[in-house]
Design a binder for this molecule. Sequence first.
Ligand code: AMP
Length: 290
Amino acid sequence: MSTVKEIPLVEQASELWTAVNAVRRRGGTVGLVPTMGYLHEGHGSLVARSAAENDLTVVSIFVNPLQFAEGEDHGTYPRDLDRDREMSAGAGAGLVFAPCTEEMYPQAPITSVAVKGLNAVLEGRYRPTHFDGVTTVVAKLFSLLGPGRAYFGEKDYQQLAIIRRMASDLSLPVEVVGCPTVREPDGLAMSSRNVYLSADERPAATVLWRSLQAGRDAVVEGSRNPDEVEAVMAAVLAAEPKASPDYTAVVDAATLDRPDVLDGELRLLVAARIGRARLIDNMGVSCDRI
Ligand code: AMP
């Protein structure tokens, strides 16, 4: 007997359109949760939110080669489709769309969606082709099923900002919904890549959360100087010998611009490598100009 909870698995785009259209023709609403699979409770929270707000929730599972650079972990990214189907069904999804690469890209695409400027800062400095791969595949998923709403995690804050801007600039008929980051009890943001952490690296991975907390405390205690706040965050990362920091940043939460003086809604962001895992995290903080 199969232990996989029953949920339709669709691998072909034409079949997806038929299934989704049947719901739409009846006047039903469709929510999309795009993922790369190896689902955890963070993904589950997006699925549950979509299921509460739409008649059909589609979870897409696709490890998109376009968003990985040479030497990154596309080939080794963790995969477990049976477990993903079970989790999707458990969280309230009605369908899993898991296409193969040839189905998504029957020919190597020469068309790309680029959210210029936003794609080049923060993560974009370390992964220059990453966001164009993300926006291109998300635009394709939007075209393939036409969701009324699409759900993305604040865990990938820059990605969320970029997709919002893409949808706005291109007048895409979809509401982009951002959902809060789900964390382990010790503060580590849930991520499929956490499986790369060895047992002795795992406790060190809380350093990202600790760095964000220190940055927030500095703002709350009155610092309005971004250099100072970033230095506080960097010092926490530097004190963890297992972590190799990529960046600490404080930016305007809406524009991702770096203000000269901290004011209003801000976002603190960190990235660091721990062993094989490259981890990112972020946190919101608001303040008034002193
Ligand atoms: P991924 O499979 O890593 O591409 O993530 C798919 C979606 O799940 C993205 O919108 C992520 O931002 C979101 N996500 C990943 N981890 C979390 C988390 N810990 N909490 C909330 N959302 C998350």
